[in-house]
Design a protein around this ligand. Structure first.
Ligand code: SAM
Length: 233
């Protein structure tokens, strides 16, 4: 399967194993991952997508609307899907209390100084139970035919494994998380040493004696983000 599908599948497998109830996807763009998660719900009750670009969101958001089959099939329990225009660098109260935050190919679109702000907001302010971050592995780039510079003109940086891991370990020290590294897209033979094409960090919030999960708390209306779409199944 293509790389982007492998990234989505990684998140789907995670959801299947850990069964988060509230999931938020930053940089959700055309909502492809949200659509897949809606199909493989595994107990998700609230599914939120956020992107800074309302044009891409508006393009495909109606693909999240209920299908006739959603009404015919026995329900998997209540599900709310919401899409917001907003930036992952803004403190938005309604993003607190989530079980899982996903950032698939998002951080490399931020300036390096903005990554600092991102870490502070996501891990310090939102403080979700878990965070999945995927980003290109720069060490894999020599294997990509015809590539000069970054993989995409919109990328502000591409990190080696050491750079990604240094950032992630600092986030863990500062905000009380543990992290494991993996990836998708493996090179063949002796090229395996360069690591995965897409590197992935899975962060888990450390037990801090306080149950900060607000999974049962009432969901707040946005105060900073702009609500573009909401559907309740
Ligand atoms: N996650 C999607 C996927 O894997 O198919 C799309 C990733 S796309 C390469 C990056 C997305 O991040 C774009 O849709 C862009 O608008 C969004 N983005 C960039 N900066 C952002 C920010 N500060 N807050 C939220 N989204 C942002």
């Amino acid at each position: 399967p293509p790389l982007y599908m492998q990234r989505y599948q990684f998140v789907i497998d995670y959801v299947k194993t850990y069964r988060p109830r509230k999931v938020i996807d930053f940089g959700c763009a055309e909502c492809c991952l949200l659509k897949k998660l809606k199909f493989h719900r595994n107990g998700i009750q609230l599914l939120v997508g956020v992107d800074i670009n309302s044009v891409v969101l508006l393009k495909r958001m109606h693909s999240l609307a209920p299908l006739v089959s959603d009404y015919l099939q026995p329900s998997d329990g209540p599900l709310t899907i919401e899409l917001y225009q907003g930036s992952v660098m803004e403190r938005e109260p309604c993003t607190k209390g989530f079980d899982l935050v996903t950032c698939v190919e998002l951080i490399e679109h931020l300036e390096l100084e903005e990554v600092e702000r991102f870490s502070e907001v996501v891990f310090g302010y939102m403080a979700p139970g878990a965070v999945i971050v995927t980003t290109p592995n720069a060490e894999f780039n020599p294997l990509l035919p015809g590539l000069r510079g970054f993989r995409n003109y919109g990328h502000k940086f591409e990190w080696t494994r050491a750079e990604f891991q240094t950032w992630a370990h600092r986030v863990c020290r500062e905000h009380g998380y543990s992290v494991q590294f993996t990836g998708v897209g493996e090179a063949a033979g002796h090229w395996r040493d360069v690591g995965f094409c897409t590197q992935i960090a899975v962060f888990q919030r450390n037990f801090d004696g306080v149950n900060r999960s607000m999974s049962n708390a009432e969901h707040l209306e946005p105060s900073v983000y702009r609500l573009l779409y909401r559907v309740v199944y």
